[in-house]
Ligand binder design. Structure first.
Ligand code: IMP
Ligand code: MG
Length: 191
Protein backbone atom coordinates (compact mmCIF):
# COMPACT_ATOMS: atom_id res chain seq x y z
CA UNK A 1 0.00 0.00 0.00
CA UNK A 2 1.25 3.50 -0.85
CA UNK A 3 1.90 5.69 2.19
CA UNK A 4 -0.73 8.21 1.11
CA UNK A 5 -3.33 5.44 1.13
CA UNK A 6 -2.73 4.48 4.77
CA UNK A 7 -5.72 5.94 6.60
CA UNK A 8 -5.82 7.84 9.89
CA UNK A 9 -6.82 5.82 12.92
CA UNK A 10 -8.75 6.52 16.10
CA UNK A 11 -7.66 5.19 19.51
CA UNK A 12 -10.00 5.89 22.39
CA UNK A 13 -11.06 9.49 21.67
CA UNK A 14 -8.07 10.71 19.63
CA UNK A 15 -7.14 10.69 15.94
CA UNK A 16 -3.69 9.72 14.74
CA UNK A 17 -2.14 10.02 11.28
CA UNK A 18 0.61 8.04 9.62
CA UNK A 19 4.12 9.05 10.70
CA UNK A 20 6.38 6.22 9.44
CA UNK A 21 5.19 3.28 7.34
CA UNK A 22 6.29 -0.24 8.28
CA UNK A 23 8.82 -0.68 5.45
CA UNK A 24 10.67 2.48 6.51
CA UNK A 25 10.66 1.35 10.14
CA UNK A 26 12.15 -1.99 9.13
CA UNK A 27 14.81 -0.26 6.97
CA UNK A 28 15.88 1.85 9.93
CA UNK A 29 16.10 -1.20 12.19
CA UNK A 30 18.18 -3.02 9.56
CA UNK A 31 20.63 -0.13 9.41
CA UNK A 32 20.85 -0.06 13.20
CA UNK A 33 21.43 -3.82 13.40
CA UNK A 34 24.29 -3.64 10.86
CA UNK A 35 25.93 -0.91 12.92
CA UNK A 36 25.65 -3.03 16.05
CA UNK A 37 26.92 -6.11 14.19
CA UNK A 38 30.03 -4.24 13.11
CA UNK A 39 30.62 -2.77 16.58
CA UNK A 40 30.09 -5.98 18.57
CA UNK A 41 31.00 -8.55 15.92
CA UNK A 42 34.67 -8.98 16.89
CA UNK A 43 33.72 -10.62 20.20
CA UNK A 44 35.84 -8.21 22.27
CA UNK A 45 32.77 -7.36 24.38
CA UNK A 46 32.06 -10.98 25.31
CA UNK A 47 28.45 -12.10 25.07
CA UNK A 48 26.37 -8.93 25.45
CA UNK A 49 23.02 -8.96 27.24
CA UNK A 50 20.12 -7.13 25.58
CA UNK A 51 17.71 -5.86 28.24
CA UNK A 52 14.35 -5.18 26.62
CA UNK A 53 12.11 -2.67 28.38
CA UNK A 54 8.50 -3.88 28.27
CA UNK A 55 5.90 -3.34 27.16
CA UNK A 56 6.67 -0.77 24.46
CA UNK A 57 9.92 -2.23 23.09
CA UNK A 58 8.61 -5.72 22.32
CA UNK A 59 8.07 -5.22 18.58
CA UNK A 60 11.29 -3.26 18.02
CA UNK A 61 13.23 -5.89 19.99
CA UNK A 62 11.76 -8.74 17.93
CA UNK A 63 12.77 -7.10 14.63
CA UNK A 64 16.17 -6.00 15.93
CA UNK A 65 17.17 -9.32 17.50
CA UNK A 66 16.43 -11.27 14.29
CA UNK A 67 19.11 -9.17 12.58
CA UNK A 68 21.81 -9.43 15.26
CA UNK A 69 24.44 -11.93 14.17
CA UNK A 70 26.82 -12.08 17.16
CA UNK A 71 26.25 -14.36 20.17
CA UNK A 72 24.04 -12.56 22.70
CA UNK A 73 21.47 -13.08 25.44
CA UNK A 74 18.10 -11.38 25.89
CA UNK A 75 16.36 -10.40 29.12
CA UNK A 76 13.21 -8.42 29.86
CA UNK A 77 12.28 -5.84 32.46
CA UNK A 78 9.11 -3.92 32.92
CA UNK A 79 9.37 -0.39 34.21
CA UNK A 80 6.76 2.10 35.18
CA UNK A 81 7.73 5.72 35.62
CA UNK A 82 6.09 8.19 37.89
CA UNK A 83 7.04 11.60 36.64
CA UNK A 84 4.61 13.87 38.45
CA UNK A 85 5.98 17.33 38.84
CA UNK A 86 9.40 16.28 40.09
CA UNK A 87 12.37 16.74 37.78
CA UNK A 88 14.22 13.68 39.04
CA UNK A 89 11.81 11.04 37.72
CA UNK A 90 11.30 7.85 39.69
CA UNK A 91 11.32 4.51 37.92
CA UNK A 92 9.68 1.52 39.47
CA UNK A 93 10.75 -1.96 38.33
CA UNK A 94 7.47 -3.85 37.99
CA UNK A 95 9.26 -6.92 36.63
CA UNK A 96 12.93 -6.96 37.54
CA UNK A 97 16.07 -8.34 36.00
CA UNK A 98 16.97 -11.88 37.08
CA UNK A 99 20.26 -12.04 35.17
CA UNK A 100 23.69 -11.43 36.68
CA UNK A 101 25.18 -8.43 34.86
CA UNK A 102 28.44 -7.76 36.73
CA UNK A 103 31.32 -7.56 34.23
CA UNK A 104 29.01 -7.87 31.20
CA UNK A 105 28.18 -5.50 28.36
CA UNK A 106 24.53 -4.54 28.57
CA UNK A 107 22.42 -2.98 25.80
CA UNK A 108 19.12 -1.51 26.98
CA UNK A 109 16.39 -1.77 24.31
CA UNK A 110 13.72 0.95 24.55
CA UNK A 111 10.79 2.03 22.40
CA UNK A 112 11.21 5.78 22.74
CA UNK A 113 13.46 8.11 24.72
CA UNK A 114 11.67 11.38 25.35
CA UNK A 115 12.84 13.37 28.38
CA UNK A 116 15.38 10.62 29.11
CA UNK A 117 14.22 10.31 32.71
CA UNK A 118 13.23 6.67 32.44
CA UNK A 119 16.52 5.68 30.82
CA UNK A 120 18.59 7.83 33.20
CA UNK A 121 16.98 6.24 36.25
CA UNK A 122 17.22 2.68 34.89
CA UNK A 123 20.81 3.16 33.68
CA UNK A 124 21.74 4.41 37.15
CA UNK A 125 20.24 1.32 38.73
CA UNK A 126 22.02 -1.03 36.32
CA UNK A 127 25.33 0.81 36.82
CA UNK A 128 25.21 -0.02 40.53
CA UNK A 129 25.36 -3.72 39.54
CA UNK A 130 28.82 -3.14 37.97
CA UNK A 131 28.36 -4.10 34.31
CA UNK A 132 31.37 -3.70 32.00
CA UNK A 133 29.38 -1.20 29.93
CA UNK A 134 25.87 0.07 29.29
CA UNK A 135 24.58 1.28 25.92
CA UNK A 136 21.09 2.38 24.95
CA UNK A 137 19.28 1.29 21.77
CA UNK A 138 15.96 2.94 21.03
CA UNK A 139 13.49 2.82 18.15
CA UNK A 140 12.74 6.53 18.51
CA UNK A 141 14.70 9.41 19.94
CA UNK A 142 12.95 12.67 20.66
CA UNK A 143 15.12 15.81 20.44
CA UNK A 144 14.21 16.84 24.01
CA UNK A 145 16.60 14.13 25.23
CA UNK A 146 19.59 16.48 24.78
CA UNK A 147 18.48 18.16 27.98
CA UNK A 148 19.26 15.02 29.99
CA UNK A 149 22.66 13.78 30.95
CA UNK A 150 22.44 10.50 29.02
CA UNK A 151 24.00 9.21 25.85
CA UNK A 152 21.94 7.18 23.38
CA UNK A 153 24.41 5.41 21.08
CA UNK A 154 21.84 3.53 18.98
CA UNK A 155 18.69 5.27 17.72
CA UNK A 156 16.85 3.76 14.75
CA UNK A 157 14.95 7.00 14.07
CA UNK A 158 14.65 10.53 15.36
CA UNK A 159 11.16 11.73 16.12
CA UNK A 160 9.69 15.20 16.05
CA UNK A 161 7.52 16.47 18.86
CA UNK A 162 4.12 14.86 19.06
CA UNK A 163 2.65 11.81 20.74
CA UNK A 164 3.49 8.64 18.82
CA UNK A 165 1.71 5.26 18.79
CA UNK A 166 2.05 1.95 16.99
CA UNK A 167 4.81 -0.64 16.60
CA UNK A 168 4.71 -1.35 20.33
CA UNK A 169 3.92 2.16 21.55
CA UNK A 170 0.54 2.79 23.11
CA UNK A 171 -1.99 5.45 23.87
CA UNK A 172 -3.58 4.26 27.10
CA UNK A 173 -2.73 0.62 26.16
CA UNK A 174 -4.23 0.79 22.68
CA UNK A 175 -2.21 0.80 19.46
CA UNK A 176 0.71 -1.48 20.39
CA UNK A 177 -0.28 -3.97 17.66
CA UNK A 178 -0.19 -1.46 14.78
CA UNK A 179 2.47 -2.15 12.13
CA UNK A 180 3.04 1.53 11.25
CA UNK A 181 3.93 4.48 13.50
CA UNK A 182 1.27 7.17 13.89
CA UNK A 183 1.31 10.61 15.49
CA UNK A 184 -1.45 12.48 17.23
CA UNK A 185 -3.22 14.38 14.47
CA UNK A 186 -4.43 17.40 16.38
CA UNK A 187 -1.02 18.64 17.48
CA UNK A 188 1.52 20.44 15.30
CA UNK A 189 4.00 17.82 14.11
CA UNK A 190 6.65 17.62 11.42
CA UNK A 191 7.40 14.55 9.32
P1 IMP B 1 10.97 9.53 29.15
O1 IMP B 1 11.22 9.06 30.55
O2 IMP B 1 10.38 10.91 29.09
O3 IMP B 1 12.20 9.42 28.26
O4 IMP B 1 9.82 8.64 28.55
C1 IMP B 1 10.05 7.35 28.18
C2 IMP B 1 8.80 6.49 28.21
O5 IMP B 1 7.59 7.25 28.13
C3 IMP B 1 8.84 5.60 27.00
O6 IMP B 1 9.50 4.40 27.29
C4 IMP B 1 7.38 5.42 26.69
O7 IMP B 1 6.87 4.32 27.43
C5 IMP B 1 6.72 6.68 27.16
N1 IMP B 1 6.55 7.64 26.05
C6 IMP B 1 7.25 8.79 25.85
N2 IMP B 1 6.86 9.40 24.72
C7 IMP B 1 5.90 8.61 24.17
C8 IMP B 1 5.10 8.72 22.95
O8 IMP B 1 5.20 9.65 22.12
N3 IMP B 1 4.22 7.70 22.74
C9 IMP B 1 4.08 6.64 23.58
N4 IMP B 1 4.80 6.51 24.72
C10 IMP B 1 5.71 7.49 25.01
MG1 MG C 1 8.65 2.44 27.37
Amino acid sequence: MEERDIPDITLHDRRFRLLVANDRIIDSIERLASRMNSEYGDGSKGIPLFVVVLKGAFMFAAELMQRIDFPCEVAFVRLSSYKGTSSTGCVNEVMGLGEEIAGRHVIIVEDIVDTGETIAAFTGRLASLNPAGIEVATLLLKPYVCRKDIFVRYAAMEAAEGFIVGFGLDYDELGRNLKHLYVLADERTER
